[in-house]
Design a protein around this ligand. Structure first.
Ligand code: ASP
Length: 413
C-alpha cells in the first residue's frame, strides 16, 4: 500500500531527526550539514522555480475563467473590496496573535551565514509600492519580482475578458491549459517533499538539537488560534451586522463544502461544491456566485494570508531576527499579495512563503522547519479560505438586493 504524501512527509521528518541524532553520536554530522543538505537545497530551488509561472497562470486563468465580462464593474468593485478587506483583517489578526504568543522566541536557531541584509525599513516601503508597477513586466518575471508580476497578471487577465472573440476564447483556453500544466508540475515537485524535508530537518536538528520542537508546537497552536478567531469571530460579525445574515444558518448550509475543503486542502477542487452549496442551500443567485466564487478560489485566501504572516514572523523569531515595524508592514503587504498569487491547490501557500522570506531577507531554510506541520495547517487554512469565499458571496448577494437568500437573519430568528 502506498503511503499518502503527508504521512511520507511526517515519516521523513522523523527519520531526519533520528539521522541527525545518530550523526552526532557517530560523528558524521559534518556530512549531514555540508553534503546531505544539498538535497534540501535542490528541493528549495525546485519550489522557487515554479513560483513565477504558477502565479501568472493561476491569476490569469482565475480571472478569465469567470465568464462574461459584463458582470464586471460594480460587482467586481464590491468583490475586490471584500477580498482585500477580509484578507487584511485576517493578516492583522495573525500578526497580533503571533506577537502576543511569540511562538519562536527563545529557540534562536543560528544561521550558517547571515542573511544578506534584512531589508525593509520604512524608507524602502515607498519603493516597494512604486515598484509594484513594472516598467518592464517581462523583466520583472524573469528576475522573479513577484509583486509586479502579480500586478501585471491581474491586469492582463482582466483585459483578456475585454478582448473580442476569437482572441478572448483562445487566450482563455491557453491560460487554462497553462495552469493545468503548472498544477501537474507542482504536484510532481511536491512528490519530492519527503526527501527534501528529510535533508533539511536533519541539518536543522544537527545544528540546534531537539529544543526546536517546543516552538514548533506553539507555532501550530498560534495559527490554529488565529484562524479560529477569524473564522468564528470576524467573519460571522461581518455576516451578522453588515449583511443581516445568520452565521449559523450559513455555516450549516456550507458544511459539505467546508469538509471537502478540509479533506482536499484545495479551494479549486472544492469549487463545484462551494458553488452548489451557496446557491442551493444559502440561496445566492448564480449571477453572483459564478462571479465571486471562481475568482475567490484563487484570489481570496484569508486563511492563507494569515498563515503566511504568522509563519514568516515565526521564522524570524526562531532565527532571533528582530523585525522592525516597517519590516512587519512589508510582511503584511507581501502576505496579502502572496495569498492573491497562491493557487487554490494543496501547499500553494507554503510555496509562496519563499516570496515573503525573500522580501524581508529571512533565511529560506526556515521553510524546512514549518513544512512537516504544513499539511494539517493547509487543511485548516483551506477551510477558512472557502468559508470566506462563501461569506463574501452571500454578503454581496445581499447587497445586490437579492430576495431569495435562505440564510437571512430575519427569516430565521
Ligand atoms: N491549499 C490552499 C487552498 O487551496 C492554498 C494554500 O496552500 O494555502 O486554498
Amino acid at each position: 500500500m502506498k503511503l499518502k504524501l503527508h504521512w511520507q512527509i511526517l515519516l521523513a521528518f522523523i527519520v531526519g531527526v533520528l539521522i541527525a541524532q545518530l550523526s552526532k553520536w557517530l560523528g558524521f554530522d559534518y556530512f549531514v550539514i555540508h553534503h546531505l543538505s544539498i538535497i534540501g537545497d535542490i528541493f528549495l530551488r525546485a519550489l522557487q522555480m515554479i513560483i513565477v509561472p504558477l502565479i501568472i497562470s493561476s491569476i490569469i486563468s482565475g480571472i478569465t475563467g469567470i465568464g462574461s465580462a459584463e458582470n464586471f464593474g460594480r460587482l467586481s468593485a464590491k468583490t475586490f473590496a471584500y477580498y482585500i478587506l477580509t484578507s487584511l483583517i485576517a493578516i492583522i489578526t495573525g500578526l497580533f496573535i503571533v506577537n502576543l504568543i511569540q511562538p519562536g522566541t527563545g529557540a534562536e536557531l543560528t544561521l550558517q551565514a547571515a542573511p544578506e541584509g534584512i531589508h525593509g525599513d520604512l524608507s524602502r516601503l515607498k519603493d516597494t509600492f512604486i515598484n509594484i508597477i513594472p516598467t518592464n513586466p517581462l523583466a520583472a518575471m524573469v528576475k522573479g519580482e513577484i509583486l509586479p508580476t502579480i500586478f501585471f497578471s491581474l491586469l492582463f487577465g482582466f483585459f483578456i475578458t475585454k478582448a473580442p472573440d476569437p482572441y478572448k476564447e483562445k487566450l482563455t483556453n491557453l491560460f487554462q491549459g497553462f495552469f493545468e500544466v503548472m498544477m501537474k508540475l507542482t504536484h510532481f515537485i511536491i512528490l519530492f517533499a519527503p526527501i527534501g524535508i528529510f535533508a533539511i530537518i536533519a541539518k536543522i536538528v544537527v545544528q540546534t538539537g531537539m529544543e526546536i520542537f517546543i516552538p514548533l508546537a506553539s507555532y501550530v497552536g498560534t495559527i490554529v488560534l488565529a484562524l479560529a478567531a477569524h473564522a468564528i469571530i470576524t467573519l460571522p460579525i461581518i455576516l451578522y451586522f453588515v449583511a443581516g445574515i445568520s452565521p449559523m444558518a450559513h455555516f450549516k448550509a456550507m458544511t459539505a463544502a467546508l469538509f471537502t475543503a478540509f479533506s482536499t486542502s484545495s479551494s479549486s477542487a472544492t469549487l463545484p461544491l462551494t458553488i452548489s452549496s451557496v446557491e442551493e442551500n444559502s440561496g445566492a443567485s448564480n449571477k453572483v456566485s459564478s462571479f465571486v466564487l471562481p475568482l475567490g478560489a484563487t484570489i481570496n485566501m484569508d486563511g492563507t494570508a494569515l498563515y503566511e504572516c504568522v509563519a514568516a514572523m515565526f521564522i524570524a523569531q526562531v532565527y532571533g531576527i528582530d523585525l522592525s515595524f516597517g519590516q512587519q508592514f512589508i510582511i503584511v503587504f507581501t502576505a496579502l499579495l502572496a495569498s492573491i498569487g497562491a493557487a487554490g491547490i494543496p501547499m500553494a501557500g507554503f510555496v509562496m512563503m519563499a516570496i515573503i522570506l525573500n522580501a524581508v531577507g529571512l533565511p529560506l531554510e526556515g521553510l524546512g522547519l514549518i513544512l512537516p506541520v504544513d499539511r494539517p495547517l493547509d487543511m485548516l487554512r483551506t477551510s477558512v479560505n472557502v468559508w470566506s469565499d462563501s461569506c463574501g458571496t452571500v454578503i454581496i448577494a445581499r447587497s445586490e438586493g437579492e430576495k431569495d437568500l435562505k440564510v437571512l437573519r430575519k427569516n430565521i430568528d
